[in-house]
Structures are given as structure tokens and as C-alpha cells.
Design a protein around this ligand. Structure first.
Ligand SMILES: Cc1cc2nc3c(=O)[nH]c(=O)nc-3n(C[C@H](O)[C@H](O)[C@H](O)COP(=O)(O)O)c2cc1C
Length: 170
């Protein structure tokens, strides 16, 4: 029987959502957006987002699906201030016990992607997991997203170990 996979993401301006949707299609996975009661639109939303990222804030979030119902979670975030977006930090905070079998993707303007992956792994209490870092400018077209084929293969191929924290599986 094939694994049940959940792709979960937060996106303020659409690029992480685009990658998440592509990955869910390719993986045959369910898709869940992290949503918030309060809008992050405009300059006020931008500044609040930047502040929360640096302060490691934990805003209130809502999701529709329960990661405990899945064999594997693929978690995606934009890079904010060199780290994960605060709603994704909230998600990990709420569900860390269910995130041992997780892969990660991040979308950035230009810097901080690898550090963000490392921080997400640490926050989930896991070792190295499959990950993929995108620049915002390269997620506009499906042909650009096709470069994450290796990432998809590693997820499909079971390159994600069972729940042993700090065990590097590449
Ligand atoms: C508050 C804030 C902080 C950001 N900080 C960074 C950063 O440190 N490094 C970077 O490469 N991009 C940064 N960006 C750009 C986003 O990572 C990039 O635009 C990303 O594609 C947004 O994803 P989204 O469209 O899914 O919201 C930042 C964006 C916001 C809103």
C-alpha cells in the first residue's frame, strides 16, 4: 500500500503555495494551507511578519488536516528574516510529535534557505531530512519546478527514516 503524504505550507504572497500545489500533485499527496485569523497584507503585515520571524513569535494558526493521519509530512515555508515564517513555527510547535517523518521545502528571495531548513529540522527534533530550496523567481513556471524531481524521488523512495531524532538519513 502506498504511503499517505500530507503537504503543509504557509504562503503570504503565493510562491510557496505554488510549490506546495506542484509537490502535492507530483506526490499524490493531500494539501493543507496554514491559515491565520489576521491578514498579513500591506506594509503593516510585512513589518509584523519580519518582527515575528526575528522574535520567533508563535501566532495563532488554523489547519484543516491532522498530520497524525499521515505516514509522511512535507512542510514548506517562505524564508522570513533568514528563518522560517512564524506561522510555520507555530505549526511545528503544535505538531512536533507528529513530524518525525518529514521533508522540507523553502522559498526565498535570495538568502537564508539552507539555514531555514536546518532550523526547521532542529525545531522538529529530527536529523537531516530530504529538502529543497527554491528562489522565488524560479517558481513561476512548472518547468522550473521540475528540478525538484530528485527531492520527489527521495520522498517516494522512502529516504525518510522512522522517528529516530538526530539520525541523519541524507
Ligand atoms: C517579512 C519577510 C522577510 C523576508 N526575509 C527574507 C530573507 O531573509 N531572505 C530571503 O531570501 N527572502 C526573504 N523574504 C522574501 C520571501 O522569502 C520570498 O518573497 C518568498 O518567495 C515569499 O514566499 P510566499 O510568496 O509564499 O509568501 C522575506 C519576505 C518577507 C515577507
Amino acid at each position: 500500500m502506498s504511503s499517505r503524504i500530507l503537504v503543509v505550507y504557509f504562503s503570504r504572497s503565493g510562491s510557496t503555495a505554488r510549490v506546495a500545489s506542484y509537490l502535492a500533485d507530483e506526490l499524490g499527496a493531500d494539501l493543507d494551507a496554514i491559515e491565520e485569523p489576521r491578514s498579513r497584507a500591506g506594509i503593516g503585515g510585512y513589518l509584523r511578519s519580519a518582527f515575528e520571524a526575528v522574535a520567533k513569535g508563535l501566532p495563532t494558526i488554523h489547519t484543516r488536516r491532522d498530520p497524525r493521519d499521515y505516514d509522511l509530512v512535507v512542510l514548506g515555508t517562505p524564508v522570513w528574516g533568514g528563518t522560517m515564517a512564524s506561522p510555520v513555527r507555530s505549526y511545528i510547535h503544535e505538531h512536533s510529535a507528529s513530524l518525525a517523518k518529514t521533508a522540507f521545502f523553502v522559498v526565498m528571495g535570495g538568502r537564508g534557505g539552507d539555514d531555514t531548513v536546518r532550523e526547521m529540522q532542529m525545531a522538529c527534533g529530527v536529523g537531516t531530512r530530504p529538502s529543497c530550496v527554491f528562489r522565488q523567481e524560479e517558481v513561476e513556471h512548472d518547468r522550473d519546478l521540475a528540478r525538484c524531481e530528485d527531492f520527489i524521488q527521495r520522498i517516494h523512495g522512502g529516504a525518510i527514516g522512522k522517528a529516530s531524532p538526530a539520525r541523519a538519513v541524507g
